[in-house]
Design a protein around this ligand. Structure first.
Ligand code: GLN
Length: 541
């Protein structure tokens, strides 16, 4: 029977709750346990798919096509376990389900209330779709004290009661700030945050205290006394130089030991040698490559979380540090400014939406193609590279995307039909925006002998998608004559999945998001290869 660990956050947001949940998952895994990580988000959107990346950061897509919170990306990267639709829920989703049930008459005339109907629906979600997991880690989004998280806190309080101490544990993440004027670390915010939790009936069993410096033993004792937890269960979470050192650092502080102690299952120490090896590698790179990421949401790096990590994984595999230059593509709308890309070792145009900045991306793709600089186009970045090639290699000056409005030469157009498994999916222009893109894992067939077939080492792949537009196959022949090879297609041969330029050091555009599948211990082959090409480029310039 699974044990549940509920992780809440207090004091302020952005303390790294997702990362610390992922790290605990990895530590329990290293002790030989089977884990599952879930995220419960209190906002009213049904999923984050319709939210601006500026507000919410990246939308992480699972194999089964759910648009989820970016923390699921941390979970996958740290544990290697593919998340599922059932691992992410929001207030919006819970309420839509409850209201749909009410409309169907499933509640048999009852008055529908937050308690018990909404809280029951949350509890059902937490316990649904589980197998033989030893631990289920449930992270509650937001900060304790927010109005909208109350039903979630009430639901986990009830579950804690129902399951008992031997099957449920409450972990609370707080901040212990240093106040320069006093020259002291302050425990009061932690005390208040725990009071807030206790007010809704939850007594935390472990406090993970984030701090930028060592928390003295007497401060920890004070926190333990005031907050009603064992002193050894006040764990300090100090800032570390790389996120991949977090499991090691938390283990050194006794985090996983305390968790196991709570459940009465002390025993084997975890084997963290592979973590140590990889962190040693990260800390001693043999070189540096500079990659320009030409995108739109460059002021909020959370918008490209998985991308940054996948590039880092590629760097680790090549023993180099990857410097990322985040550049707003609008800068490159004027053709001469694109010269600023001179000297970078690789150019990456990531996924994106909308017309703003698209000409800058097109100019960047041209610069990379003409100057023989490694180019990696992801989703929108592939579409822009294809538009560029159609304009400048095939000579169709009006080539564009219908995403930006009516277009005389729609090289990229709205997708209205595609096949998922044996089923035909259809979409209408003007339909709902939420959850209606081509989402999740789809297979692609690679052309034998192509660069991508070599990189993957196989010709059948499965990658995660999130797009509404597609490269128009009608331009395939002309583009191929000019040297842009369609080296990956959907198995039915209808949707272009990958383009490449064989006569270029490294020029690949993919319609999917490979960054979503790159993991610390299984770096994605495209990123490993791209960074490898950047290393070669760095020796030339
Ligand atoms: N806006 C493009 C589309 O919907 C690309 C999406 C993306 O880059 N994820 O097809």
């Amino acid at each position: 029977m699974s044990r549940f660990i509920f992780i809440t956050g207090g004091v302020v947001s952005s303390l790294g709750k997702g990362l610390s949940s992922a790290a605990l998952g990895a530590l329990l895994q290293a002790r030989g346990f089977k884990v599952r990580l879930r995220k419960l988000d209190p906002y009213l959107n049904v999923d984050p798919g319709t939210m601006s990346p500026y507000q919410h950061g990246e939308v992480y897509v699972t194999d089964d096509g759910a648009e989820t919170d970016l923390d699921l990306g941390h979970y996958e990267r740290f544990t290697g376990i593919s998340a599922r639709k059932t691992d992410s829920v929001t207030t919006g989703k819970i309420y839509s389900n409850v209201i749909a049930k009410e409309r169907r008459g499933d509640y048999l005339g009852a008055t529908i209330q937050v308690i018990p109907h909404v809280t029951d629906a949350i509890k059902e979600w937490i316990k649904a779709d589980l197998g033989d997991e030893d631990f289920v880690l449930c992270e509650i989004g937001g900060t304790v004290g927010d109005i909208e998280s109350l039903p979630f806190l009430e639901a986990i309080r009830q579950l804690g009661n129902e399951l008992g101490k031997e099957r449920a544990m409450f972990v609370h993440l707080t901040l212990v700030p240093f106040i320069p004027a006093a020259g002291e670390l302050k425990t009061k915010p932690t005390q208040h945050s725990v009071k807030e939790l206790q007010a809704v009936g939850i007594q935390p069993d472990l406090l993970l205290c984030r701090s930028d410096r060592e928390i003295p033993a007497d401060s920890r004792r004070k926190i333990a006394q005031f907050c009603n937890v064992r002193p050894s269960a006040v764990i300090q979470g100090l800032d570390v130089d790389t996120i991949y050192a977090v499991p090691l650092a938390y283990h050194a502080e006794g985090y996983d030991r305390e968790v196991c102690r709570h459940f009465g299952i002390e025993g084997n120490e975890p084997d963290l040698s592979k973590w140590q090896q990889i962190v040693d590698r990260i800390r001693a790179p043999e070189g540096v490559v500079n990659i320009a990421v030409v995108g739109k949401y460059t002021s909020l790096l959370d918008a490209y979380k998985s991308l940054a990590e996948a590039l880092r994984h590629g760097g680790i595999a090549n023993n180099v540090k990857v410097n990322l230059n985040w550049i707003d593509s609008e800068i490159f709308e004027r053709e001469d400014t694109v010269q600023h890309l001179e000297g970078v070792h690789g150019i990456l145009v990531p996924g994106g939406f909308g017309e703003r900045g698209s000409e800058g991306k097109i100019n960047s793709a041209r610069f990379a193609r003409e100057r023989q600089i490694p180019y990696f186009g992801i989703c929108f970045g592939m579409q822009m590279a294809v538009i560029e090639a159609t304009r400048n290699l095939v000579g169709v000056k009006n080539a564009g995307s219908t995403e930006f409005g009516p277009c005389p030469e729609p090289v990229v157009g709205l997708m209205t039909e595609w096949v998922r498994g044996n089923q035909l999916e259809t979409r209408k222009a003007g339909g709902d925006l939420g959850g209606t893109m081509r989402l999740g894992a789809y297979e692609a067939s690679l052309k034998p002998g192509s660069a991508v077939a070599q990189i993957y080492g196989k010709t059948a792949i499965s990658e995660r998608h999130r797009h509404r537009y597609e490269v128009n196959i009608n331009y395939k022949e002309k583009l191929e004559q000019q040297g842009l090879l369609f080296s990956g297609m959907s198995p039915d041969g209808i949707l272009p999945e990958i383009v490449e330029i064989p006569d270029h050091p490294w020029f690949i555009g993919v319609q999917f998001h490979p960054e979503l599948k790159s993991r610390l211990f299984e770096p994605h082959p495209l990123f490993v290869s791209f960074i490898g090409a950047a290393v070669t480029q760095s020796r030339l310039v």
